[in-house]
Write a protein that binds this ligand. Structure first.
Ligand code: DHB
Length: 394
């Protein structure tokens, strides 16, 4: 009896102590920390969603689901690549689910549609895909772990000029990143003495490359520079090959979006020898990347990580470390401050989230498609170190 009363009072004392300790801040720390990914899981950019979700889940499997005492909860939403759906979903995630961070954004218009919501709600918005230069300027709450088209286009423009290509034609998807790529290629190629003999813009939605490839065939440039968003590369390559353009003496050069690791292995011989510049190749020869690719492939049968996947993986790293830096407290402004300036080794190489622009600074590689052990890979053979987005210099 005596003993039981004693136990009871101990329990009561414990509860009282707990009551004292459970200040609102601590209670908030007990609540899960929510990350709302909005991605195209269906439609023509579905591979972007599939890659980023797989990589984010891999990051969690490797790094645990509790950070500074907070349980991490990820929510994945499909916007089908349609901006109205992205905007509506972002609103719901902020208002109803009370997410701490928004992430994803598979295409430029989807990121642009969400920027005002990030600003109004002071929610950090981690862009792990969309790559038009101006995106990070649309909200002070945007941080980017993907890339920008001006950043990755400079390399191939330099390479072309150095490799005796004098006359080039450009073909880009007709929207933000394509316009960025076209302008950057043209400016740098002309600066180095080259001439642009034709410019083509193909529609973003359901493009038919046949009429454009006819123009290329008629114009006969020494090289054709191409940018198309992730997911369109295989269809383009197929048509390029079907028209015999790969044997016409017209050299195909591109950003790495075209020789996308998600599709490259299925492209066949037409892709062999294509030179591109980009920030990530699954064949990047670092120890960290080898580990990343092996773990990604083991967790996702039949899939190889591409540049979208690696940006999703690094996006999670940026969020985890920011939460850690705030000791689990979170909060839009504190998280943002802790995201700025993060410098770390990614599977792609060393990357920095620039403290001022909140954009990514990274190495850009020049690569050539080769067959290695029966598989097609973008083999890196040159590098530009620590490239900042040149689109913002203007
Ligand atoms: C964008 C989308 C892509 O799939 C890509 O490879 C590059 C840019 C974009 O819409 O910003």
């Amino acid at each position: 009896m005596q003993k039981r009363r004693f136990t009871k009072s101990i329990v009561a004392l414990g509860a009282m102590t707990l009551g004292l300790v459970l200040t609102p801040a601590v209670q908030a720390q007990q609540a899960p920390f929510k990350i709302g990914f909005i991605l195209p899981m269906t439609g023509q950019s579905a591979s972007t969603g599939r890659q980023i979700e797989a990589a984010a889940r891999l990051y969690m499997a490797q790094n645990g689901t509790t950070v500074a005492g907070r349980k991490i909860e990820v929510i994945f939403k499909d916007d089908g690549g349609v901006a109205d759906a992205t905007r509506r979903t972002a609103q719901e995630l902020v208002v109803n689910d009370k997410v701490d961070v928004l992430a994803g954004f598979g295409l430029t218009p989807l990121a642009l549609a969400t920027a005002p919501i990030a600003t109004q709600s002071k929610t950090p918005m981690v862009v792990t895909a969309a790559a038009t230069s101006i995106i990070t300027e649309q909200s002070p709450y945007i941080v980017r772990t993907s890339f920008t088209l001006p950043q990755v286009t400079l390399g191939i423009a330099e390479w072309a000029a150095k490799n005796k290509i004098k006359k080039a034609m450009t073909m880009v998807a007709d929207y933000g990143p394509g316009i960025d790529a076209e302008r950057t290629f043209k400016d740098r190629f002309q600066l180095n003495g080259g001439t642009i003999v034709g410019e083509i813009r193909s529609p973003l939605r359901s493009p038919d490359f046949a009429p454009f490839l006819q123009r290329v065939s008629d114009t006969k440039p020494e090289a054709l520079f191409v940018f198309l968003p992730s997911g369109q590369g295989a269809a383009f390559m197929k048509q390029f090959g079907e028209r015999g353009l790969d044997k016409s003496g017209i050299r195909l050069i591109a950003t790495g979006d075209v020789t996308d690791d998600d599709q490259l292995n299925d492209m066949g011989d037409v892709a062999l020898g294509v030179v591109t510049s980009h920030h990530y190749s699954a064949s990047h020869p670092s120890a960290l990347n080898k580990k990343f690719v092996a773990a990604f492939e083991a967790a996702n049968k039949g899939m190889r990580p591409n540049f979208m996947g690696v940006a999703g993986y690094d996006g999670m790293r940026v969020i985890y470390k920011a939460l850690e830096a705030t000791k689990g407290a979170g909060g839009g402004d504190a998280l943002l401050a802790a995201m700025k300036g993060q410098l770390f080794e990614s599977p792609r190489g060393q990357i920095l989230i620039d403290g001022q622009s909140r954009d990514i600074v990274q190495d850009v590689y020049i690569r050539k498609v080769e067959r290695v052990n029966g598989q097609l890979y973008n083999m890196e053979f040159d590098v530009q170190k620590a490239v900042k987005d040149p689109g913002k210099a203007k």
